[in-house]
Design a protein. Sequence first.
Length: 182
Amino acid sequence: MSRSFSPCRKLVVDQSGLAAVEFAIILPIMMLLLFGTVELGDALTINDKVNFVTSTLGDLVTQSKSITDTDMANIFDAAASIITPYPVSNLKMIVSGVNIDSSSKATVAWSYARNGTALVNGSSVSLPSALDLPSTFLVVSEVHYSFTPTVGYVMAGTYDLTSKFYLSPRVSAKVCQNASSC
């Protein structure tokens, strides 16, 4: 006499579609990992580029005794090329010369910006205590990049990737805005 299985028992014993079911369960997790890796990779790459743009801005400015509007436009163009192939329109750059007087009060001597707002001449600036040395001059470069993930599946929204560098002038005691103001 043959054994007969009930319909429910046949379903439990039957493994013919098991691979398809396992694939359907694992696929969303694998897609999440894939998109997350791509988005995180882009964010880390752009963050590295933002740091490089910031240091390049400060480095190029500190190599001069004086800076003109044309010089700064060229420096901004050169620094912006670093962010390629990512959109340059998301890049906000600010470079400022900061005077620190004998009482360690830091004020803006001059400031330039692209896709952002320059600091107001004469306004106070907060500096890290280690850099707040009396009777010195610093060039402060600051870059912001608005990063929006391409897919937005794992990381949603826009992230502000920011970097700030403080550098001393290389060839003179300070970097003037124009040669005539030195």
